[in-house]
Design a protein around this ligand. Structure first.
Ligand SMILES: NC(=O)c1ccc[n+]([C@@H]2O[C@H](COP(=O)([O-])OP(=O)(O)OC[C@H]3O[C@@H](n4cnc5c(N)ncnc54)[C@H](OP(=O)(O)O)[C@@H]3O)[C@@H](O)[C@H]2O)c1
Length: 340
């Protein structure tokens, strides 16, 4: 597992997104996921007060209580649901139905997120949310504290001052901002910017900013087995198209290669799928050192998304450059910039 630095501490370039952790009767399964993540070399964990219907921080804090070799990012701004224990119980009862109908599960999760109290950025709200997060995570310091999907008007001078003070007091290693949308939607604050990964060719992040990308497995479905061109392209990129872990491996390798020096989050509710996805990463490609990998993989994503009938029908690639820390450059296609 390649490593990087977050808020002055070394950590893994793959982070585990704790959005799928659950509490209540689901706690043992969540514990297995965290333990699996540690076993495969993941040392960064992304969480928020609202995750796991309000119980993800509790579970993460419990499992990682004695583990100081990890970095943790949590957030402020979206409230924790009221009665998290009751909600976890209701979820447990509904689980068989939700498992059978992923669309319903997605709808309820979105509804829960929409129903949570948002834009909680008053000084007292920030202080109390962060203190509660530290308590649940069983720590006196968090590596990164991020604004949770703020809107433009939320970032006041008072909020900046409160966030800066948390760093000055040593309670947060760094502060930053997150969005569920693409990188150009980040409301910039501090030195950590978290956003949904996309193959859009954006200029490199400012020096001193650590990028954290999320959401790639959810956004880009695996190509169908009868899509012979995509299968051939996967093989060209060095991934066995018959292997179900090849697609997550390819996506993670590409996201790492186009987030130089940054982190990429992965989430799964299945410890074995988590292990298989991370094991399938091509670390040479992920470091940006496999010639042609980024261009080929982005073209493949475009093909899978648009279901272009053949490579010959694709428009010519408009190439721009990602700047890699080693000063090498990687060409990427800009045609995916709208909705890849
Ligand atoms: N505002 C923000 O900062 C923000 C917004 C969104 C997300 N995030 C963070 O980013 C994390 C990741 O986001 P995400 O949940 O969108 O995650 P993701 O890792 O892109 O997608 C997770 C999905 O991929 C599936 N998956 C995982 N491994 C797979 C495999 N080997 N084969 C097929 N499918 C696989 C999972 O299904 P299974 O569960 O069935 O394995 C799940 O449906 C979140 O947990 C959260 O920490 C932050």
């Amino acid at each position: 597992m390649d490593r990087t630095t977050l808020a002055g501490r070394e950590t893994s370039r793959i982070g585990f997104g704790c959005g799928r952790l659950v509490g209540g009767a689901g706690t043992p399964a969540s514990i297995r996921l965290i333990e699996q993540a540690r076993a495969i070399g993941i040392s960064h964990f992304d969480v928020a007060p609202s995750y796991g219907l309000g119980l993800a921080e509790n579970v993460l804090g419990k499992v990682l209580a004695g583990d100081r070799d990890v970095t943790i990012a949590t957030k402020i701004g979206i409230g924790r649901p009221t009665n998290p224990g009751m909600k976890a119980l209701a979820r447990q009862i509904l689980r068989p139905l939700l498992t059978a109908t992923p669309a319903l599960r997605q709808k309820l999760a979105s509804k829960a997120q929409r129903g949570a109290a948002r834009n909680q950025y008053e000084q007292a709200q920030v202080e109390s949310s962060f203190a509660e997060s530290l308590r649940r995570l069983q720590r006196d310091r968090i590596d990164a504290l991020l604004l949770h999907q703020p809107e433009a008007g939320d970032l006041t001078s008072t909020l900046r001052a409160v966030m800066d003070r948390l760093v000055a007091e040593g309670r947060a290693g760094a502060i930053g901002s997150s969005t569920a949308a693409d990188r150009d939607s980040v409301i910039p604050l501090g030195s950590v910017h978290q956003y949904r990964w996309s193959p859009s060719p954006l200029p490199p992040c400012d020096t001193g900013v650590t990028s954290i990308a999320h959401g790639l497995l959810r956004r880009y479905p695996r190509p169908r087995a009868n899509d012979t061109i995509s299968m051939a392209r996967m093989a060209e990129a060095g991934f066995d198209p018959k292997d179900p872990t090849a697609w997550p491996g390819l996506l993670l390798s590409l996201a790492l290669a186009t987030t130089p020096g940054g982190l990429v989050l992965i989430s799964s509710s299945d410890p074995e799928r988590l292990r298989a996805s991370v094991t399938a990463i091509d670390w040479v490609a992920a470091s940006g050192k496999r010639a042609g990998f980024v261009e080929g993989a982005i073209e493949l994503l475009h093909r899978v998304q648009t279901k272009e009938p053949s490579a010959a029908s694709l428009p010519p690639i408009d190439r721009t450059q990602y700047i890699h820390p080693s000063n090498s450059t990687m060409a990427v296609s800009s045609r995916d910039s709208e909705e890849a």
